[in-house]
Design a protein around this ligand. Structure first.
Ligand SMILES: O=C(O)c1cc(C(=O)O)c2c(n1)C(=O)C(=O)c1cc(C(=O)O)[nH]c1-2
Length: 360
């Protein structure tokens, strides 16, 4: 039978913790729940994501960056002590800068531009996952609605951020050829700003959480904030790693990027060249679908319908034949001009590559 009443809280949990014990309990929450433990971060730092997945991270995280000063303005608005406001307002300056072109948001935009985005696309927030927005907005609402102690305690995830930032910067520089030190300049400043902010917030919480209930609320606020960070990565993982279910309005690889033409000249995103050798990525297969009575490309959790031309080409994609070889075979079968076929299938294969069901 289900117990009719909640289990009484053990005496131990109602005991007032010493400031050091409270700090240890807060650190323990981070050790178990901070987003350095999330599989998406492991993949990001270990170089296991492709460029589009890194782009999805940079784009979505922009929303967090853009809303942090809004969050801090909401915290500031609750402070009745001028000295406290004077300290807290530095956080807004850090993110907004003192002039256009300065500050953390600007540096994050540089990061997003560094991985290929157009600034206007990022600023529009159009392709950002709804789940990212819901999580970040929940953080802003939390600090607007809860007592000041809890609002401040929710920022304490920053106690743990210097470690993850060092790991991220080292890992990304080592593992991705498209990431430079300049691209990651955002994080350099955070290495000094975050400990300064976290030290202040931790002292505040240790001083003001003076009852067992307030201490529990401070811990709950930190747990909530860990979840704000965690759910953002869940959403990224679900949309862009596995099962790869991108919501209808979310950013699709290829969207919002600049210099696609310049990149095409470099051969990375543009039409396949005759010498390129197309191949199906791991996990993607060409299959005949009985129900549709046509061939489809089967990717993990996704199916792509194909027209007859695409099927004819993909039947010849074996990771050995080049685009030129494939065009040559098709030109012979259909008695058509080989160079025209090369151009056509170069574009078609590039479109499939953008959907990540083909590689070169
Ligand atoms: O890169 C990260 O993993 C990371 C984590 C956190 C965090 O723990 O909340 C912040 C930041 N970065 C960050 O750059 C930042 O400006 C920031 C502000 C806050 C906050 O709660 O007020 N957290 C974080």
């Amino acid at each position: 039978m289900t117990a009719p009443f909640p289990t009484p809280v053990a005496d131990e949990e109602q005991r007032l913790l010493s400031p050091d014990e409270l700090e240890a309990a807060l650190r323990d929450i981070g050790a178990r729940r901070y987003h350095n433990l999330h599989p998406f971060h492991r993949l990001l730092h270990d170089g296991k994501l492709d460029k589009d997945q890194v782009r999805a991270w940079a784009l979505n995280r922009y929303y967090y960056q853009a809303m942090i000063p809004v969050k801090d303005a909401a915290v500031l608005a609750r402070m009745q002590d001028a000295q406290l406001r004077r300290i807290w307002r530095q956080r807004i300056v850090d993110h907004d800068g003192d002039a256009p072109g300065d500050g953390g948001i600007e540096r994050w935009l540089k990061l997003a531009e560094g991985v290929g985005f157009s600034r206007d696309y990022v600023l529009s927030t159009k392709g950002i996952l709804s789940a990212t927005k819901f999580s970040v907005d929940a953080y802003v609402h939390f600090v607007s609605e809860k007592p000041l102690l809890e609002a401040i305690a929710s920022s304490l995830t920053e106690m743990f951020s210097p470690t993850i930032i060092s790991e991220r910067v080292a890992g990304m520089l080592k593992n991705y050829d498209f990431i430079t030190k300049d691209t990651l300049a955002y994080f350099e400043k955070r290495l000094t700003q975050a400990p300064r902010d976290a030290d202040f917030a931790l002292d505040y919480v240790k001083q003001h959480a003076t009852t067992p209930e307030l201490q529990r609320k401070a811990m709950a606020a930190l747990t909530f904030k860990c979840n704000v960070l965690w759910t953002q990565l869940d959403a990224l993982y679900f949309a862009y790693v596995a099962p790869g279910m991108m919501p209808p309005d979310a950013w699709q690889p290829g969207e919002g990027l600049v210099a696609e033409k310049a990149a095409a000249a470099g051969g990375k995103n543009g039409p396949f060249e005759p010498a390129d050798v197309p191949r199906l990525p791991r996990g993607v297969r060409l299959r005949f679908d009985e129900v549709r009575s046509n061939h489809v490309l089967l990717a993990p959790e996704r199916t792509f319908d194909l027209d007859d031309n695409a099927v004819a080409v993909l039947k010849l994609v074996d990771g050995k034949r080049s685009v030129g070889d494939i065009a040559g075979e098709l030109a012979a079968i259909y008695a058509a001009d080989r160079s025209l076929i090369e151009a056509d299938i170069g574009v078609m294969l590039a479109e499939l590559a953008q959907k990540r069901v083909l590689e070169r």
